[in-house]
Design a protein around this ligand. Structure first.
Ligand code: 5GP
Length: 201
């Protein structure tokens, strides 16, 4: 059976990266590593946080249909690699994508059964504090990210689940609870293979 595809979206600095790391450490989910033309931040590694590509490399992948989806964000390109996602799902692995809201909509067009989880900090003030504390963005980029966040929250209604990242431990548990519930969901392919097993026994 093909694996499930989880998408975790939410404003920049909502805590997606931190929560994904914890969920990956505590479950057998696999993270799909995106490609970007953004420069690595201190401590980021090629192939771990992102595949850091040049503009030319990124465009070549678009032309070769190498992306499930790709968007332009804050002046840089970001994209989910077909190779990374489909290979994992074909092995029956459940995959998680940590991408923005535009990307979430595009993934749902290609994978209608994907599960969309929206992550948000408890207040806009807390979001701003987290972006500023990260200390990696200049003022223009901070304002850009806050503006994008105001737009993104209007999309919550199209998502399947909302996780509020106030207390990190609770947010991690909530995300894991969504994953567990979705794994127990009755699905047609699951039913027929179980019927088959019971018929044979
Ligand atoms: P950052 O530059 O802070 O790492 O990421 C900026 C935004 O791009 C975040 O909201 C992040 O989730 C999103 N992002 C990262 N990878 C992808 C991707 O492959 N596709 C899309 N659509 N968004 C992505």
């Amino acid at each position: 059976m093909a694996g499930l595809l989880f998408v975790i979206s939410g404003p920049s600095a909502a805590g997606k990266g931190t929560i994904c790391k914890r969920v990956l450490a505590e479950t057998d989910l696999e993270l799909s590593v995106s490609a970007t033309t953004r420069k690595p931040r201190p401590g980021e590694e090629h192939g771990r946080e992102y595949y850091f590509l040049t503009e030319e490399e990124f465009v070549a992948l678009i032309e070769n249909n190498g992306f499930v989806e790709h968007v332009e964000n804050f002046g840089c390109r970001y994209g989910t690699l077909v190779s990374d996602v489909q290979e994992r799902m074909a092995r029956g692995k459940d995959v998680i994508l940590e991408i923005d809201v535009q990307g979430g909509y595009l993934v749902r067009e290609k994978f209608p059964d994907c599960i969309l989880i929206f992550l948000i900090p408890p207040t806009p003030e807390e979001l701003e504090r987290r972006i500023r504390n990260r200390g990696t963005e200049d003022e223009e980029s901070i304002q850009n990210r806050l503006q994008t966040a105001r737009r993104e929250v209007k999309c919550i209604k199209d998502y399947d689940y909302l996780v509020i990242n106030d207390d990190l431990d609770v947010a991690v548990e909530d995300t894991k609870a969504v994953i567990r519930a979705e794994r127990c969901r009755v699905a047609e392919d699951k039913c027929s293979s179980i019927e088959q097993i019971f018929k044979e026994s």
